[in-house]
Design a binder for this molecule. Structure first.
Ligand code: NAD
Ligand code: 89V
Length: 339
């Protein structure tokens, strides 16, 4: 498959390194409206076909897919361009600024007959994947409670300055991943209650969010996120898990230590992700998941199947984001069918 990447910014280099390790897929063209970023990326990855304008690229190149790595405001026009051009599409999270945009994008690609995947990679992190598979296989019986927790004081603003500027911050940017992990573990959600706070006075949006979710499966989960937590060890970018089931418990603790206890028997496993040659700590966990999700996309296209994190699936994760902001702003519990 021949693909093009649109958006040569902070995160795109991970996607480009990962594409080089995805069998059956190759990035043949790059697009960015910023000439300096485009040129630097083209040189770093040896890709000579470059464009400032995505429309022009889609006309000139013979592509099977595009990988959209721009920030949220450009996602809808670029996904709709991909749909009009008849190519498969991967779109970075958050899928869109609003639910109406997100639904329109998924509908446009569905109409084109092509596949849309959202680059929702946290559920593809290998430690998280190991926990999801254990829970789905019944390792702790039927789950009834989960805590999915991401708390950090890491400076994300130096690499991604736009994160300090938006009216929305932690739920839209990071909580979206943690809510998606909750869905991967316990299924869809009927009701959600959230509180938010801004602790860091130098940013515009909220940097702390605590969410309570009722799942269709009967599980209650707590999804808590903070970028205002100063603690040692700093665990960025680890998501920690604590899950109770009818037959036992599962914990993913700091340092990628997985404990599955069934009855009196506790099995402890080191599930630390590998450090890929192009990766660096502490980002290696996220970087490995980028390769895994992109391999999943290529496998799905080859097999003619729908990605697990398809556009349609991601509407349900994005609905949790919208429900969380609504709940926090109105100080009430929100039913997902309101969204
Ligand atoms: P960035 O601002 O560093 O880079 C975005 C690039 O896109 C810029 O170079 C900009 O010039 C270009 N661009 C914007 N609109 C364009 C258009 N219409 N045509 C061509 N180029 C355009 O942003 P980033 O930090 O790399 O984030 C990109 C996306 O990745 C965001 O949606 C962010 O949420 C997401 N992200 C995901 C993860 C993850 O783990 N999944 C991590 C970081 C960022
Ligand atoms: O995953 C993300 O979307 C990133 C970060 C981990 C820094 O929040 O923006």
């Amino acid at each position: 498959m021949k693909g093009a990447l649109i958006g040569c910014g902070f995160f795109a280099r991970n996607q480009l390194h990962a594409w080089a390790e995805v069998p059956g897929a190759e990035i043949v063209a790059l697009c960015d409206r910023d000439p300096a970023r485009l040129d630097e990326t083209a040189r770093a990855f040896g890709i000579s076909r470059t464009y400032a304008d995505a429309d022009e690229m889609l006309v000139r190149e013979d592509l099977d897919f595009v990988d959209i790595a721009t920030t949220v405001d450009s996602h809808r026009p670029l996904v709709e361009l991909a749909a009009r051009s008849g190519v498969h599409v991967i779109c970075q999270k958050p899928i869109a600024p609003t639910m109406a945009d997100a639904r329109a994008m998924v509908a446009a690609v569905a109409e084109s007959g092509k596949v849309m995947m959202v680059h929702e990679n946290f559920r593809w992190q290998s430690p998280i994947r190991r926990a999801v598979e254990a829970v789905r296989a019944g390792a702790i019986g039927t789950p009834f409670f989960g805590r999915i927790s991401f708390r950090s004081g890491y400076d994300v603003f130096s690499g991604q300055p736009y994160l300090a500027e938006g009216e929305r911050f932690i739920i839209e940017d990071l909580g979206i991943h943690i809510l998606d992990i909750s869905r991967a573990l316990f299924g869809d959600v009927t009701r959600l209650t959230a509180t938010t706070r801004r602790v860091n006075p130098r940013i515009r949006g909220e940097d702390v969010a605590t969410m309570l979710l009722s799942h269709d499966s009967g599980v209650t989960s707590v999804v808590d996120c903070s970028y205002a937590t100063r603690r040692s060890p700093e665990t960025f970018p680890e998501t920690l898990l604590e899950i109770d089931g009818t037959e036992g418990t599962l914990r993913l603790d700091a340092g990628y230590r997985l404990t599955i206890q069934r009855g009196d028997d506790a099995q402890v496993e080191d599930v630390a992700p590998p450090l890929l040659p192009w990766a660096e700590r502490p980002w290696h966990n996220i970087q490995e998941s980028v390769r895994t999700i992109q391999r999943h996309f290529a496998d799905c296209i080859a097999a003619g199947t729908e990605p697990e994190t398809s556009g349609a699936d991601n509407l349900k994760t994005f609905a949790l984001v919208e429900a969380a902001y609504l709940s926090a702003s109105e100080g009430r519990s929100v039913a997902l069918d309101e969204i």
